[in-house]
Write a protein that binds this ligand. Structure first.
Ligand code: IPM
Ligand code: MG
Length: 343
């Protein structure tokens, strides 16, 4: 078998630093063909657009794509005509058809005291956020006019059906479907379609519906009650940052974005480019390395390597590895070495 082809997209801020960590780990794990491409602000600086054609073509031809982070104050603008780094990521998700975003949240025993939440609230919590990624208000018609602006949220039955199936297939006991059906029409359609898919295709999985505001509260009050949390694009974005704190730090949460079988998946940490600490060598690389685990497992069907890396991460933490976000002082390089030591 030829070496899997992986496109690395370092992007902005701490992106290049945590990409170096991923590269070191991949080089230790096996033979991969690694190719770096530009995205986000780095691509705007180099070629004037956040997703250059060469990047998109390389990603389409790859077996998997590993992205670090995009965005930063340098490119922040409220001018609707100016290019934004985030547009590169959104266009890539759309172009690769990555409608299913999986964000597993499982506080590791070694980090139970690193979360701002009480140990007894988060111990034993193991949930998966399944976020719809290519529809909704992120991709609806929008416009800025002289004295107003609007964004539209639209979902088709087909878009809801396919993400609902991903959620039901991933569930061990229950799917909690998030919506705002007391206010939004898209939410009422969402609730109807998810209910039908569950009844007709997954009668063995329990389904409950929960309003998004209530879910935001329950996620910190009683996170253990959740198994699979199914949400549309923007609700999923917001709830997954909140859920990340169950693991102690946003710097711990990986994600996988998948489309139809046979197409390359995109793997990226949930956190952003952290411009406040960029270039200092102190970013926590573990969400990035966790994304490598998901890439090996879901993108490249290399379960053995995935399990080896996951256990190396956990053992490094058990031995006391703590970056700054976890209350310690380990640098990105030290964290990488601590994981490598167990591979
Ligand atoms: C995420 C991020 C992105 C999103 C941004 C960078 C566009 O917050 O992956 O959660 O909102 O989807
Ligand atoms: Mg987000």
């Amino acid at each position: 078998m030829s070496a899997p082809r992986i496109v690395l997209l370092p992007g902005d801020g701490i992106g290049p630093e945590i990409t170096a960590s991923a590269r070191a780990v991949l080089e230790r794990l096996g033979k991969f063909e690694l190719e770096e491409q530009l995205i986000g602000g780095a691509a705007i600086d180099a070629c004037g657009e956040p997703l250059p054609a060469a990047t998109l073509a390389a990603c389409k031809a790859a077996d998997a794509v590993l992205l670090a982070a995009v965005g930063g104050p340098k490119w922040d603008t409220t001018d609707p005509a100016a290019p934004r780094p985030e547009q590169g990521l959104l266009a890539l998700r759309r172009e690769l058809g990555l409608y299913a975003n999986l964000r597993p949240v499982r506080p590791l025993p070694a980090l139970l005291d690193a979360s701002p939440l009480k140990r007894e609230v988060i111990a034993g919590c193991d949930l998966l956020v399944v976020r719809e990624l290519t529809g909704g208000i992120y991709f609806g018609r929008r416009e800025r006019l002289a004295d107003r602006a609007y964004d539209t949220c639209e979902y088709t039955v087909g878009e809801i059906e396919r993400i609902a199936r991903v959620a039901f297939r991933s569930a061990r006991r229950r799917v909690t479907s998030i919506d705002k059906a007391n206010v939004l029409e898209t939410s009422r359609l969402w609730r109807e379609v998810v209910t039908r898919v569950g009844r007709e295709e997954f009668p063995g999985v329990e389904l409950e519906h929960m309003l998004v505001d209530n879910a935001a509260m329950q996620l910190v009050a009683n996170p253990r009650r959740f198994d699979v949390v199914l949400a549309e694009n923007m609700f999923g974005d917001i709830l997954s940052d909140e859920a990340a704190m169950l693991t102690g730090s946003l710097g711990m949460l990986p994600s996988a974005s998948l489309g139809d079988p046979g197409k390359p998946g995109l793997f990226e940490p949930v956190h952003g480019s952290a411009p406040d600490i960029a270039g200092q060598g102190i970013a926590n690389p573990l969400a990035m390395l966790g994304s490598v685990v998901l890439m090996l497992r879901h993108g490249l069907a290399m379960e053995d390597a995935a399990a080896r890396l996951q256990s190396a991460i956990e053992r490094a933490l058990e031995e006391g590895l703590r970056t700054r976000d976890l209350g310690g002082s380990a640098t990105t390089e030290e964290a990488t070495q601590a994981v490598l030591a167990h591979l």
